[in-house]
Design a protein around this ligand. Structure first.
Ligand SMILES: Nc1ncnc2c1ncn2[C@@H]1O[C@H](COP(=O)(O)OP(=O)(O)OP(=O)(O)O)[C@@H](O)[C@H]1O
Length: 347
């Protein structure tokens, strides 16, 4: 479905930012819940049209930080400043299974926010269609599947449109793939129109398409911050090459592999023995593919297949605080060392 902002909104709203361009900022915010120091000295600034993604292991403090930004929890220390204008909408974890149908719930949420009935009716219809809610719109919340409940939770946050700060806790969690794609495309459009987004997320899809900044949390503190440029280094598309290297000396293969930029991984595949010969699988960056194909051929190897692949961020490395690009280098290093140790088998 094509999303047309103008159908929803009298004017494409832009949130009025403070004079310094910041919509919201936290300075040295700490929060304790019970015996747990959940947040420690957090600094965070959200600028106009910016998307910040919070990543971290379970329990690292992402949801708590979103609740502080939403004003649902007060910091114990530190300061929170918001621009005077602009609204904050949020879809935080777990919508309560209240005794309403989805439509009744969304209607009440829209009315509480002062939306006009004709606009509200239209928005509920369009957002439900966008996220494939279908007949669940007239089912009771307690009877909804986890994924559908999450869709209703997202819709209630999106009802007012692209004007303000959106706080989303794991927005893609439990959603089917078409709905994930639809929500990421919508958020991308809203961001371009000036909305701000802060979201906790484990999915590379959202990070790759939306993030201006990734903040890695570990035990309530900021472990790392990565910029869009850092993320783009890891997001370069790759090419998968299969080659036969039979009869080549190990020294020739070593020379081919070592210190070659663009090789992401390389290992000998056991699955193509039916091919009659051992096949090598290479994963290389797309911009290096021609050069590496040339090198394999020049070294006496032959090419079996070449397949372009979509990139994926290494979330595991990211959560450990490793640079999105460095995670790939480490993989290469590990593969290279395993090739070296097993090298004698080739001859
Ligand atoms: N009301 C509470 N009382 C005591 N401790 C709490 C409370 N709420 C959260 N915590 C603790 O705070 C820490 C951070 O929780 P939080 O939900 O913010 O983490 P998270 O990163 O969002 O985790 P997840 O990825 O599992 O959603 C956890 O150790 C959690 O047990």
């Amino acid at each position: 479905m094509g999303w047309r902002t103008s159908r929803f909104f009298d004017k494409a709203g832009k949130t009025a930012a403070g004079s310094n361009g910041r919509i919201i900022s936290l300075q040295q915010v700490s929060k304790r819940l019970g015996d747990v120091q959940v947040l420690n000295d957090i600094n965070l600034e959200v600028g106009q049209g910016e998307c910040i993604v919070l990543v971290g292991r379970n329990g690292s403090g992402k949801s708590t930080l979103l609740r502080v930004l939403a004003g649902m929890l007060l910091p114990d220390s530190g300061s929170l400043c918001k621009s005077r204008h602009g609204r904050i909408m949020y879809a935080l974890d777990g919508l309560s299974r209240l005794p309403f149908t989805s439509r009744e719930y969304l209607w009440e949420m829209g009315r509480i926010r002062g939306m006009r009935p004709e606009v509200l009716r239209l928005r509920i219809g369009e957002l439900s269609e966008l996220l494939f809610v279908g007949a669940a719109l007239d089912q009771n919340l307690p009877q909804l599947s986890k994924g559908t409940l999450q869709k209703v939770n997202l819709i209630q946050a999106l009802l007012p449109g692209p004007d303000g700060l959106l706080l989303l806790d794991e927005p893609l969690s439990g959603l089917d793939v078409p709905a994930q794609e639809a929500i990421v495309a919508l958020l991308r459009q809203w961001k371009q129109e000036g909305s701000q987004i802060v979201t906790a997320c484990h999915e590379p899809l959202l990070i790759e398409r939306l993030a201006d900044q990734v903040i890695v949390l570990q035990k309530g503190t900021v472990l790392r911050r990565w910029s869009q440029e850092d993320l783009q280094q890891a997001a370069e598309p790759t090419v998968s090459i299969q080659s036969v290297m039979e009869g080549l000396e190990q020294s020739v293969i070593d020379a081919l592999l070592v210190d070659q930029p663009g090789i992401i991984a390389c290992h000998r595949s056991m699955v193509r023995r039916d091919y009659g010969r051992e096949v090598w699988d290479w994963k290389v960056s797309r911009s290096s593919a021609d050069r590496i194909l040339g090198m394999i051929l020049a070294a006496g190897g032959s090419i079996v297949s070449v397949q372009p692949e979509e990139s994926r961020l290494n979330m595991e490395g990211l959560m450990e605080g490793r640079h999105p690009g460095e995670a790939i280098s480490r993989e290469v290093a590990e593969n290279l060392s395993s090739i070296s140790t097993a090298g004698g088998d080739l001859q």
